[in-house]
Write a protein that binds this ligand. Sequence first.
Ligand code: ADP
Ligand code: ASP
Ligand code: MG
Length: 409
Amino acid sequence: MALIVQKYGGTSVGSIEKIKNVAKRVIRFFNEGNQMVVVLSAMAGQTDRLIQLAHQVCDDPDRRELDVLMTTGEQVSVALFSMAVKSMGYDACSLLGFQVKIFTDDFYGKARIHNIDTTRIREELSQNRIVAVAGFQGIDPHGNLTTLGRGGSDTTAVALAAALKADICEIYTDVDGVYTTDPNICPKARRLPQISYDEMLEMASLGAKVLEIRAVEFAKKYNVPLHVRSSFKEEEGTMVVAETKDMERVVVSGVTYNKNEARITVRKVPDRPGTAAKIFDPLFDAGIVVDMIVQNASTQDITDLTFTVSKPDFKKAMELVRNVAEEIGASEVIGDDNISKVSIVGVGMRNHAGIAHRMFDVLASENINILMISTSEIKISCVIEEKYTELAVRVLHDAFGLDEEPKEE
Ligand code: ADP
Ligand code: ASP
Ligand code: MG
């Protein structure tokens, strides 16, 4: 008998029909003698709708209350799913984050899981019940509801799998695995039978939303075997594992994009010690993550500083930076949220020169202007105008031969 944690994303539970199908699938696994813990997301589009509602009330909704609102999406899914299971003659029990006791910090909207009490889930499993856990939510040390950040149901599933020492964690979604790039924008994308935690981590952090980054971090830390597969098909998907045999052979293993960033430029910043700290401290205090940072070479002790933040943080970041800009004597703050970041990823890049050059050439040949660049050992990212995203992804995918199976040596 195995203990299986399965997670079904928003599209997989997007209608009553789909919820019934998920119930049937879970029952099949249960009938094979497995203990089943099922993590569900809100029905497709529901979290976005809830956020829109909050913004109809005011521009900057209170973060605690926004979390109370957002957790309702997943509550609906687990209740409907458990009803479906029961109507099919099996026993099920829905549990919200606070009922399980998924303890998090108090960072509303981006809370981190600290620990999970597995007592209640184990009790329910021992009663032969299918346990449905609401994804994306937890409870802080003061008893307030929290959410884990967009896409956070993946994290709930992997964290539960680690805490329960489950045999496998399966992520069911609307694609049948992890591809060389988003198959919805690049028809030539190729499904990877396996991917390493490190490459998946890099792809997730650069925008491949098929897995949420913290979920991959958890999986790597606790060595949770992860299987990404389709809710609508039976075939195997992609295994995320510690190492793969292709890893070092393939130079570029994937292309990612992220349209969820915005760029802020502080012009004519006096170039003296402490100014960068003055600009970034308030952002840090507000929990705003700064991604790329570029400072121009200074002329006459004046410089421009450009950086990116996520789109939902853009307005707040502009406000905070405008305040300090005045204080430090910078001339102006310019914002641009029509950008996107395209990246190529691969651990094999470590041992190869000229990859960046090739990437820039490919973008130039399509007349795509590069606004910012950042590199690490295993990735190169370029910020470009948002409207060129799909084109950039496709030409890079072609140029690095990602549609072809890697050749055996
Ligand atoms: P869920 O609601 O099940 O959590 P998501 O929408 O969060 O699903 O993630 C699945 C989506 O991730 C796919 O529909 C696909 O468009 C996108 N995606 C982006 N990059 C990749 C990739 N490299 N491989 C597979 N899917 C990807
Ligand atoms: N419902 C949440 C979201 O849309 C969490 C998730 O789906 O993983 O971000
Ligand atoms: Mg997701």
